[in-house]
Design a protein around this ligand. Structure first.
Ligand SMILES: [Zn+2]
Ligand SMILES: [Zn+2]
Length: 338
């Protein structure tokens, strides 16, 4: 089978490898769709602080069951599935509570473990989730980023009647906005630099602002809301976005940090202390968040199609990276089709 791998930054090569034989507790999946994630781009550029080369990417994906290990009984060949790619030790307290992302020995499909960038992939059966019938392979490949959004919203206090700011309207910021509004906040505003991404949010009836040098985010938001937001989500991964959240959020409020920073951001800690802000990191999801994401899709409570702006073929995967790096002004989620 063909496998796409990254041996060093900014290259993507293909090689022929054996189709894996699933172990007794594994499932062999014929990969169908792979979403390209912002974190994949950091890795591709060689800027992700915690990942080593070489690697096979692909942690947001869907596919069809091809073969089952002998101990696997609850799936059938041809089932549309997705995979929860964060694999904890399964034994520590945090794993047992479902907080896999907090496991000290966490490994990740598409990171340290080979990702979906192959025609076939064998994965532990307990990480394979059957997708309900009304969900398409494209949507199923969006389960993982949607679970990231579900988790981020869980990290904040209940958003009902709250004022909410989201800085960064890429795929994750967009999905957080869609999940957050299900909690019926009083007002929810997304700050996004790129008009194309603002338009996608506007089409979803989400209020947007454009950060401007003479009208910083915190000023625009305070004017529109008539007060400062209770909760902010940092979804851009830049120091300026993080500090905009810190400045904008009311005293005693919460800032949830999702950005993956290419350079360690200089943070306005003086304000964090002075305003008694709670700064919370958000990484990946719990098992409940992952299943919650599938329920949201099944109940059609979120719109995923408007986020998928491009499809590229497996052979042309590198074009997806290029689009995201060079044309963020016309790209949101790129899906690789196998
Ligand atoms: Zn991702
Ligand atoms: Zn663990």
């Amino acid at each position: 089978m063909k496998q796409a791998y990254i041996s060093h930054p900014e290259t993507l090569s293909f090689r022929e490898v054996e189709i894996p034989i699933p172990g007794p507790d594994e499932v062999l999946i014929r990969v169908s769709r792979i979403g390209i994630c912002g974190s994949d781009l950091h890795v591709f550029k060689g800027k992700h602080p915690l990942v080593e080369f070489p690697l096979v990417q692909g942690h947001e994906f869907s596919g069809f069951v091809e073969a089952l290990g002998e101990n696997v009984s609850d799936l059938f060949p041809g089932d549309l599935v997705t995979v929860q790619p964060a694999i904890g030790c399964g034994m520590c307290d945090r794993c047992r509570e479902g907080f896999v992302a907090r496991c000290d020995t966490l490994s990740f499909i598409g990171g340290a473990l080979p990702g979906a960038g192959s025609e076939f992939l064998a994965v532990p059966a307990r990480h394979v989730i059957k997708i309900p019938e009304e969900i398409t392979p494209d949507q199923a490949a969006m389960t993982e980023p949607l679970a990231v959004a579900v988790h981020a919203v869980e990290q904040a206090p209940n958003l009902k009647e709250k004022d909410v700011l989201i800085v960064g309207g890429g795929a994750i910021g967009n999905l957080i906005a869609q999940v957050a509004r299900l909690y019926e906040p009083r007002r929810l505003i997304v700050a996004e630099r790129v008009a194309f991404r603002r338009n996608i949010l506007t089409d979803l009836s989400i209020e947007v602002i454009e950060p401007l040098s003479d009208a910083p985010i915190e000023d625009q938001v305070r004017r529109l809301m008539g007060k400062q937001p209770d909760v902010s989500f940092e979804c851009a991964g830049t120091a300026s976005a993080l500090n905009a959240c810190i400045r904008a959020t009311r005293r005693g409020g919460h800032v949830v940090v999702l950005g993956v920073y290419e350079d360690d951001p200089k943070t306005e800690m003086i304000l964090v202390q002075d305003k008694e802000l709670t700064l919370t990191g958000s990484l990946m999801y719990t098992w409940d968040d992952f299943h919650g994401a599938i329920r949201l899709m099944e109940q059609k409570r979120v719109s995923l199609e408007p986020l998928i702006t491009h499809h590229v073929s497996f052979d042309n995967w590198i074009e997806g990276y290029r689009l995201l790096m060079q044309h963020p002004d016309e790209t949101l989620k790129v899906i690789v089709d196998l």
